[in-house]
Design a protein around this ligand. Structure first.
Ligand SMILES: Cc1cc2nc3c(=O)[nH]c(=O)nc-3n(C[C@H](O)[C@H](O)[C@H](O)COP(=O)(O)OP(=O)(O)OC[C@H]3O[C@@H](n4cnc5c(N)ncnc54)[C@H](O)[C@@H]3O)c2cc1C
Length: 573
């Protein structure tokens, strides 16, 4: 029998659908919050709505600080929506001797699996070993034992070494020649941009003021101290000033740019990481595969994502502007050649790539003496002139603990400033993120299927929204058209557009199709053929003019063209 509701609070859950309340988080709340930000000084203003900034805002709001969070684009539109989507201890970091980071990341992996089971889920990895491999079998065995040890033997499951026969049974498509066996170990995979969004939404639920598409142009100084920022609403064009007792710069690869305004020297080395997504059937991998690239020996991953597998990542020093970064022809060739070496029958070529994404890592330290992959992924929190606090480097996996450490510093500063008492610590490691109240996703899925939702769509909805999937289905019941697919061959439904606008602050067509539903990276032709109809649906909700609709479509089509621009680069080379 399906158990009764596991929750005991007013918001309800999918097991008590009649009481489910998904709070509004929309263009309307954005306008309200911006007006309040312009009027009232905050204790803390966070610049950057990636996973770091959104996590800081959630933590601070939970501690009762008057908090404001802004991003010049959408939540998760920076690095946090362009990662390898792994919440992992970081097996690779063992080679760097970064045991402290592995320990912390393993603990955070456990926490995130618990507080956001819909957005962070266990993933098994096969690590094959071939003759002459850079990582021989004995070293892999020792490393994986240490990996489990640093997770206090509380990883999803303990690793197992595999004989050649077992490994071939698990992954029949892997190159047979020279195969010596390998191992299966466990980590977690996540929906990176929705994780950032979930933190931003929860920050508001705890009282933070939150707005996307608000860019910081410069700092407002008083007696040499940063006491606010001058911003532009990048959708409406209005400018305004926001006041705050403390300001945190959580702008990832953009951080040094803001710090430079205060005269701070650069602190970051930036490297590009690119991914390609190909139909999984072309490779035939059943699990995630960890490989060492035959080109340069770097550790890389082939990771299942629905009916796709994404291959990543590269790690090359870059001067590319974070706003412009994309996968180049060289990146794509490197990734495909590396994958083909392990799956020779796949013979992947540029035409197999459905989509690409690339982001910029912010690595602490500017020295180029070490190879990019040798630089630690540790973070650093620095206080610059004027009291600006910047969070540099780090990993998506450890965002929550980085956020807690940052807010500790903010609290110390505020206490020194006005003598206020110590606020209670935030329970960010215990309270579920929105939609994460129930961990039995298969039960949520069954509920939806019983209501007539197809299996694939039910799973997609539960994965994206957790307990809030019911709210999406309820929307679809108000209008049969909303129950129809967003894009051909993709499990998302049109109701998600309305949900994303009313409850997830989607402001552009890109927000809807790139980060809320992932149609852009998953559907054939990036869902461009369907975008024409979807823009009409979004326009009704957001009151777009004809000119705005045309602009949204043009922006989306351009993004789709740029996404596969490597093909013309290859053709002309
Ligand atoms: C290719 C790649 C793969 C990765 N894979 C993993 C992985 O699998 N697992 C893992 O744990 N980590 C991974 N990482 C690291 C992880 O993605 C980052 O540590 C994390 O996403 C950084 O988040 P952030 O919020 O600090 O930065 P970002 O996500 O970049 O957010 C910064 C935000 O600041 C905003 N901003 C910038 N300037 C301004 C301004 N002037 N005004 C207002 N807003 C502004 C931007 O719009 C942006 O949204 C990967 C990184 C890369 C590049």
């Amino acid at each position: 029998m399906i158990p009764a509701c596991q929750l005991n609070h007013a918001d309800g859950c999918s097991r008590c659908p009649d009481t489910l309340v998904v709070t509004s988080f929309s263009h309307a709340t954005r306008a309200e919050d911006l007006a309040t930000m312009g009027r009232d000084a905050a204790d803390l203003l966070v610049i950057g709505g990636g996973v770091t900034g959104a996590g800081i805002a959630r933590d601070a709001a939970m501690r009762g600080l008057r908090t404001a969070l802004i991003d010049k684009g959408d939540f998760g539109s920076g690095t946090s929506g362009r990662s390898s989507r792994l919440v992992h201890g970081g097996l690779r970091y063992l080679e760097l001797g970064d045991w402290r980071l592995v320990f912390e990341a393993s603990r955070e992996r456990r926490t995130l699996l618990r507080i956001a089971p819909h957005l962070v889920w266990p993933r098994s990895f096969i690590f094959p070993v071939h003759a002459g491999a850079r990582v021989p079998r004995w070293r892999l065995a020792a490393g994986l034992w240490l990996y489990d040890l640093l997770a206090a033997f509380r990883n999803v499951r303990a690793h197992r070494m595999l004989s050649k026969r077992r490994l071939r049974q698990a992954e029949p498509g892997l190159r047979d020649q020279g195969l010596r066996g390998g191992a299966r170990y466990f980590d977690a995979q996540c929906d990176d941009s929705r994780l950032a969004l979930a933190n931003a939404r929860d920050a508001r639920r705890h009282g933070a003021l939150v707005a996307n598409y608000v860019r910081v142009d410069r700092f407002a100084l008083s007696d040499g101290q940063v006491r606010g920022v001058h911003v532009t609403d990048t959708l409406g064009g209005a400018t305004m000033s926001l006041r705050a007792l403390s300001v945190v710069n959580a702008t990832g690869p953009w951080s040094d740019g803001l710090r430079a305004q205060l005269g701070a020297a650069p602190a970051l080395r930036r490297t590009k990481g690119a991914h390609v997504a190909v139909p999984r059937a072309r490779l035939g991998n059943r699990e995630a595969i960890t490989i060492t690239s035959p080109i340069d020996g770097r550790v890389m991953f082939l990771v299942p994502w629905g009916d796709l597998t994404y291959i990543g990542t590269t790690d090359t020093d870059t001067d590319d502007a974070p706003d412009e970064v994309g996968a180049s022809a060289d990146d794509v060739v490197y990734l495909l050649r590396s994958a083909n070496a392990y799956y020779p029958d796949a013979r992947l070529g540029p035409g197999d790539v459905r989509a690409t994404w690339a982001g910029i890592r912010s690595l602490v330290g500017t020295s180029g003496a070490m190879g990019p992959s040798q630089v630690s992924r540790e973070h650093r929190i620095v206080e610059d002139q004027g009291g600006l606090i910047s969070v540099l480097g780090g990993k998506l996996t450890t965002y929550r603990s980085m956020a807690a450490e940052t807010v500790d510093l903010v609290v110390r500063r505020l206490r020194a400033m006005d003598g206020r008492g110590e606020p209670p610590r935030a329970s960010t490691d215990r309270d579920p993120l929105p939609g994460g109240e129930v961990s039995e996703l298969d039960l949520l899925c069954h509920d939806l299927e019983r209501e007539g939702v197809g299996q694939e769509t039910a799973w997609h909805l539960v994965r994206s929204y957790g307990t809030e999937a019911t709210a999406v289905v309820r929307l679809a019941r108000t209008d049969p058209a909303l129950g129809t697919p967003l894009a051909q061959g993709h499990p998302a439904i049109q109701a998600e557009v309305v949900h994303a606008i009313r409850r997830e602050m989607a402001m552009t067509l890109g927000d809807l199709l790139i980060r809320r539903t992932h149609v852009f990276h998953e559907a054939e032709r990036h869902g461009v053929p369907e975008a024409l109809a979807l823009v009409e649906l979004a326009a009704v909700e957001l009151g777009w003019s004809a000119a705005r609709k045309a602009q949204e479509l043009a922006d989306y089509v351009r993004a789709a063209e740029q996404n596969l621009a490597f093909r013309s680069e290859l053709a002309s080379s």
